[in-house]
Design a protein around this ligand. Structure first.
Ligand code: MF3
Ligand code: CO
Ligand code: CO
Length: 419
């Protein structure tokens, strides 16, 4: 995904995508990258929240059909501002709220001690950076994108309507990405390090004659993104071993035949608690609903509307800082695809466009923080988050998912079932 930005020019940081109007921390707000970069989150100082223009009697942005004043208005303007967008009903979620209330109010010493234990327990469970392995090599005969040496993607033509010849190459790249995701996903198990997954993924790209699109993209050091538990996206594979009960997103992008194919899925590790399973399930449903909403002349904002409506109906939040993106010979290009309802995203998609949809859904806040590595995005409240991604083609009567495995190629191999 990428962080949203206001332009179509590639930004300095790759991420799935940025939300429109969002800017990447430490990156110029003028960066045009469609994905992979952090954007400034709408609603924060210096950015414009489209909902600020909604009048009380307008239809609510969430698609409920109710007037704004009877729907999300109070939540949007309440404490925490946009927090109400996705989490208005989530009070008391987990131990953190308890701890916060404990601090604010005059609690008994027993309650205070309990809150302290809860805090320490949840902090102990947080994902921490491990050690990264040396950079993996790519055989010289494999064709690579421009940034493989420099770390800086040039501005490709970034043509949005693909020709039949370009589409043929995109289909191959996307199919290969789906295969690599399935192959890497089969290795997910307790005790396996995310670096071991990166090694498997790296070899799987090469076996297909492809280059790992993320490798040196804006300097990203690995061939795969591994995002565990509270990590929203762009987790860097390292020495951390997966633990029983974790959820892990594997985000695979291959550069093959001059085209990028981008897909990801969230997998359960061992025995996953019911709440996390539900998060993963709803996230996958959000992607399915979003794809179903796509068709010729459909405004981009209908994608986010479908996602946000379903996520919030289930009590979950939608990350705004990273957006879906156009893709082709350029990894991240226009259009930007917000995963929340953005009334301003009125551009109508056209047959021949190829872009990703990659919603990141949270158990709590949709706000994120970046680790010091300037890649790893985590939820600000450290509650879990899940993501699924497909690269899709807009057709004359809907959308076609390109990142699927061709049964003929794989011979009916078992498709990994994400958590
Ligand atoms: N695959 C991610 C996306 O969905 C982008 C990862 S770029 C990286 O757009 F540099 F962070 F790896
Ligand atoms: Co993407
Ligand atoms: Co991706």
């Amino acid at each position: 995904m990428s962080e949203p930005s206001t332009s179509v020019v590639p930004t300095t940081r790759p991420s799935g995508a940025l939300a429109p109007g969002a800017s990447v921390a430490g990156a110029p707000a003028t960066v045009a990258g469609v994905t992979g970069r952090p954007a400034v989150v709408a609603g924060q100082p210096g950015t414009v929240d489209p909902r600020a223009t909604l009048k009380s009697n307008d239809a609510c942005w969430c698609g409920s059909g109710r007037k704004y004043k009877r729907c999300h208005k109070a939540a949007d303007s309440g404490p925490g501002g946009q927090r109400g967008l996705s989490n208005v009903d989530l009070g008391g979620h987990g131990g953190r709220d308890l701890v916060q209330r404990g601090r604010a109010g005059g609690r008994s010493s027993v309650a205070t001690a309990a809150a302290g234990l809860l805090t320490r327990a949840s902090e102990a469970r947080r994902v921490r950076p491990g050690t990264q392995s040396p950079r993996r090599a790519v055989p010289a005969e494999i064709a690579r994108p421009d940034y493989a040496i420099t770390g800086r993607p040039g501005r490709g033509p970034g043509k949005m309507v693909k020709t039949p010849e370009e589409l043929a190459r995109l289909r191959r790249a996307c199919r290969a990405a789906a295969e690599v995701l399935a192959e890497t996903g089969r290795a997910v198990a307790p005790g396996v390090t995310t670096d071991a997954l990166d090694a498997i993924c790296h070899q799987a790209y090469i076996a297909r004659g492809g280059y790992p699109s993320t490798l040196n993209y804006h300097g990203y050091p690995k061939s795969l993104c591994t995002s565990v538990n509270e990590v929203i996206c762009h987790g860097i594979p390292d020495s951390r071993a997966l633990e029983d009960g974790d959820i892990v997103n594997l985000d695979v992008t291959i550069f093959l035949d001059g085209m990028h194919g981008d897909t990801n899925a969230t997998f359960g590790v061992g025995n996953v608690d019911a709440a996390s399973q539900r998060l993963v399930e709803v996230t996958r449903e959000c992607l399915d609903l979003a794809i179903a909403a796509v068709g010729p002349d459909v405004p981009l904002n209908q994608i986010g509307r479908a996602i946000q409506g379903h996520a919030e109906a289930n009590g979950f939040g939608v990350v705004r800082a990273f957006v879906g993106h156009g893709i082709g010979d350029t990894f991240h290009m226009a259009p930007q695809v917000p995963h929340y309802y953005d009334p301003a995203a009125t551009t109508r998609v056209q047959p021949g466009w190829v872009f990703t949809i990659e919603p990141m859904i949270t158990m709590g806040t949709w706000r994120h923080r970046l680790w010091d590595d300037e890649w790893t995005a985590v939820t600000a409240d450290h509650l879990r988050t899940a993501q699924f991604e497909h690269t899709i083609l807009v057709t004359d009567d809907g959308a076609e998912v390109l990142t699927v495995i061709d049964a003929d190629v794989v011979g009916g191999a078992e498709v990994v079932t994400p958590a």
